[in-house]
Design a protein around this ligand. Structure first.
Ligand code: FES
Length: 170
């Protein structure tokens, strides 16, 4: 009799211990899952591209990649028409900053420095020095990516005042 009572007590105790262990295991597993769901710092940072523009020469085109898309940054030079609705002005210099994906069917246009335009080889579409569609099938200008200006640094992926001003102009 006494043996059975001890045995029942042992079984109850073991059951409770197992329950506590299972609950603790569940908490650990949930914590691990939460950590697994959270994006890594490198992934969080992947939405932002920082570009130093200080060394870019007048009339020079710089290429970068933002969220997997090509971006052209052109520092406008002499003889290149300005466009108040699209130019990004940094320290008095005007830049064209556009996603380099043709608004027709998505080819990557090429910069033609001698003609001062972006030309898409796929169907002959053309965009002027500010990225405005001027010829062929592209239905609208090249997209201006969200950006913020930080000194001479361009931060793609954040919406600063200059971007909001241009976006409000359409
Ligand atoms: S994809 Fe550029 S003109 Fe058609």
């Amino acid at each position: 009799m006494e043996y059975n009572a001890k045995r029942r007590g042992f079984i109850k105790g073991a059951g409770a211990a197992l329950g506590v262990a299972a609950a603790a295991g569940g908490v650990v597993a949930l914590y691990g899952m939460k950590r697994a769901w959270e994006p890594l710092p490198s992934v969080k940072a992947a939405g932002i591209t920082e570009v130093e523009l200080g060394a870019l020469k007048t009339g020079e085109l710089m290429r970068t990649v933002f969220r997997g898309k090509p971006v052209f940054i052109l520092k406008k030079g002499e003889g290149m028409p300005l466009n108040d609705r699209r130019d990004v002005v940094i320290n008095g210099e005007s830049y064209t900053i556009v996603v380099a994906i043709c608004t027709h069917l998505g080819c990557i246009p090429a910069w033609n420095a001698s003609l001062g335009l972006f030309r898409c080889a796929c169907h002959g579409g053309e965009f002027d020095v500010s990225g405005v569609n001027t010829f062929g099938p592209p239905p609208k200008p090249l997209e201006i990516p969200p950006f913020r200006i930080d000194g001479t640094k361009l931060v793609l992926g954040e919406e600063g005042d200059e971007y909001k001003r241009l976006a409000s102009l359409g």
